[in-house]
Design a protein around this ligand. Structure first.
Ligand code: HEM
Length: 168
């Protein structure tokens, strides 16, 4: 079974998750900011109190920042793995936000999404129903959602069925 100690070794799965967060960031406009004082930013004056949305969805698909941004290519996160993290210190990649209001659940989310996905992939073979196509379009809101829910069909792949009920 997958243990927490295995997770740092799952480099490709980690890259798949990072690429998924790049193309489909959960909060595409982050949480709005309001500057506490008037600020000049690259020639633009941002008056105090203005509500600012940061369009992470667009940043993550900007062709000036990403090579062939529309392609799902996890390898881009393997090439320079050390410099890509979720901390938000590189403003090209902000799926958990940045700065003082960065996601408070980031350490939990990072571990749990790796652990859950690794366990699901280890324990089951996954498919869609016969004749179904995977539909990836999105609906925009505060939270980004799939327009058409995915129905994924698991088939057990472990040799011993008792392993699925193992409690310890
Ligand atoms: C994959 C899962 C998650 C994603 C993609 C995500 C993403 C985000 C993003 C983008 C923000 C806004 C950051 C900003 O505006 O700079 C945020 C804020 C926040 N998240 Fe998450 N999050 C996730 C899971 C979690 C979990 C598991 C928790 C709690 C256990 C959590 C708690 C929070 C809280 C409390 C804030 C507000 C922080 C603040 O305003 O100071 N998140 N999250």
């Amino acid at each position: 079974m997958v243990e927490e100690s295995h997770l740092p070794k799952l480099h490709y799965l980690n890259a798949v998750l990072k690429e998924t967060h790049r193309l489909h960031p959960g909060l595409p406009l982050l949480i709005p900011r309001r500057p506490s004082e008037t600020t000049d930013l690259y020639g633009y004056t941002i008056p105090q109190g203005t509500k600012i949305f940061i369009n992470v969805w667009a940043i993550h698909r900007d062709a000036q920042l990403w090579d062939r941004p529309e392609r799902f290519r996890p390898e881009r996160f393997l090439d320079h793995a050390a410099k890509w993290d979720y901390a938000g210190s590189d403003f090209r990649y902000l799926p958990f936000g940045s700065g003082r209001r960065v996601c408070a659940g980031l350490p939990l989310a990072e571990r749990m999404q790796m652990y859950t996905l690794a366990s699901f992939l280890h324990c089951f073979k996954w498919d869609v129903s016969k004749g179904e196509e995977i539909e990836l379009s999105e609906t925009f809101g505060i939270v980004l959602k799939k327009a058409v829910p995915l129905v994924a069909v698991p088939t057990p792949r472990l040799s011993d069925f008792k392993l699925y009920a193992k409690a310890d």
